[in-house]
Ligand binder design. Structure first.
Ligand code: PLP
Length: 450
């Protein structure tokens, strides 16, 4: 089948970077600090193909400048409110990334005791770390208390247990499920009625009873209604419910409005209007402070918003395979390295870094795992040749953290671009790493067989 030309009429040529010598166009990319300079793609000034030559493929690359820009945009949007940003570190937990976020003023949101420990090893003060577990044991909660993190509980039995063991001595934040439907899809929306997260707002009376019975010190109320919020009205509805619930708890010092701010995954994609949200939420909170007659501060727990756009996954095209229906690009990666396209049907933009001005053709981009791990179907890319390096965009959040050793493949290395230099912040795994937890018991297989 001949290559299909991609140029739709509706796409204006002004959207393409013109190269007069070649009479061809390089497609624009969604990654903000990515530039095309003399046939080479540079991320914050560093040549990506050179990084692959130095560190190998597949390779995760993170741009510090993008993270900082996002952090600053968020703090600016909420500058009218006393607030704290708690980076939801499950999105990207590399200890260097955590240290960087600490250096620019962030706190942390953690969902497991190990995330909490990693945060502390990154230098965070436990008091700047929120521990928001779901369905963990009371022992794990006790460990977090001993480390000194801010506890955020999301079920009545554990709240009761906390009261029995600690009474009023441990301040607690309570995660409420306001039952609003937000979030990009079923798997990432957590605030609806069937969600396992949070204590239902309809059970607020029971929460109040437990709080009174044990004289619990309720320091804050929390909601996290899901990833990929685009509708400010829905977010504010949830916030309003949370603020109303807060009237039952006079000792409150803060409201934690969670994360879930959406970033664009392709040009023209929807995103949270963070400035509008900031203005309207600030107004709502100030109104509530007047009602309460005392101030409180706000917390936000962005994960994706801070790191998604900062990351690229660089992979190599191993095989170009033409079938009667499709041209496949087979790459040296798969659902073991970037699961989102398969797990969430998420769209990730792809750029052929090696051939920016090649003729656009349609491809299916598939991984090397023995599953149907297709990253993209029917995707226009500048002609891909064997050995070309492709970049998956928006790979900073929930990329390597969801990676596995399936098919006994090692996880990729991670590189951090900071202040004009590239730093290896996680080495590539080896076969020995994969085998390191295996144990061969001292039995003789030969004589044990029947
Ligand atoms: C995952 C999570 C977040 C961050 O979600 P994003 O969509 O990445 O912003 C925030 N708070 C809690 C409690 C979470 O579990």
């Amino acid at each position: 089948m001949p290559a299909i030309s991609y140029f739709h009429k509706k796409v204006s040529h002004t959207h393409f970077i013109r190269m007069p010598m070649h009479n061809s166009f390089a497609s624009p990319t969604i990654t903000r600090n990515l530039t095309l300079n003399n046939h080479r793609y540079l991320l914050s000034g560093l040549d990506l193909i050179s990084l692959v030559e130095e560190f190998g493929a597949p390779l995760y690359v993170y741009d510090a400048a993008t993270i900082k820009q996002q952090y600053e945009r968020l703090t600016r949007a909420f500058s009218g409110l006393e607030h704290q940003i708690k980076y939801a570190c499950k999105a990207l937990t590399n200890i260097t990334i955590l240290r960087f976020l600490r250096s620019i003023g962030s706190g942390l949101d953690t969902v497991s005791i190990n995330e909490l420990r990693i945060g502390m090893r990154a230098g965070f003060d436990a008091r700047d770390i929120v521990f928001t577990p779901n369905n963990v044991s009371f022992e794990e909660i006790q460990q977090a208390i001993e480390l000194g993190a801010q506890l955020n509980l999301d079920n009545l039995p554990m709240l009761e247990r906390l009261g029995q063991v600690y009474g009023s001595s441990v301040p607690v934040c309570i995660r409420i499920n306001p039952h609003i439907m937000a979030g990009g899809n079923e798997k990432i929306s957590t605030g609806h009625v069937n969600s396992k997260f949070g204590i239902s707002i309809t059970q607020l009376d029971e929460v109040v009873q437990v709080v009174q019975r044990y004289r619990l010190d309720v320091a804050g109320l929390h909601m996290h209604t899901g990833s990929e919020i685009v509708d400010t009205d829905i977010f504010l509805q949830g916030a309003r419910i949370l603020l109303d619930a807060g009237r039952q708890f006079p000792s409150l010092r803060f409201f934690d409005f969670g994360g879930g701010f959406k970033v664009p995954y392709s040009s023209g994609d929807t995103e949270t209007n963070i400035e509008e949200l900031g203005t309207r939420l600030t107004e709502l909170c100030h109104e509530e402070m007047r009602h309460r007659g005392q101030p409180f501060y706000a917390c936000f727990e962005p994960g994706k918003y801070l790191v998604s756009e900062a990351g690229l996954l660089l992979v190599k095209a191993n095989v170009i395979k033409r079938t009667p229906a499709t041209t496949f690009v087979g790459v040296d990666s798969g659902l073991n390295h970037l699961l989102r396209p398969m797990f969430y049907k998420a769209h990730h933009d792809i750029t052929n870094l090696s051939n920016p001005y090649g003729v656009l053709q349609r491809y299916a981009v598939a991984g090397y795992i023995c599953e149907t791990d297709t990253f993209a179907w029917d995707r226009p890319l500048h002609e891909v040749r064997q050995g070309d390096i492709l970049a998956f965009h928006n790979a900073g959040a929930y990329g390597i953290m969801m990676a596995s050793n399936y098919n006994s493949r090692p996880r990729p290395a991670e590189v951090f671009l900071f202040d004009g230099k590239a730093y290896l912040i996680r080495r590539r795994e080896t076969l020995d790493d994969i085998l390191s937890t295996h144990i061969i018991p001292d039995i003789c297989m030969e004589t044990c067989t029947v």
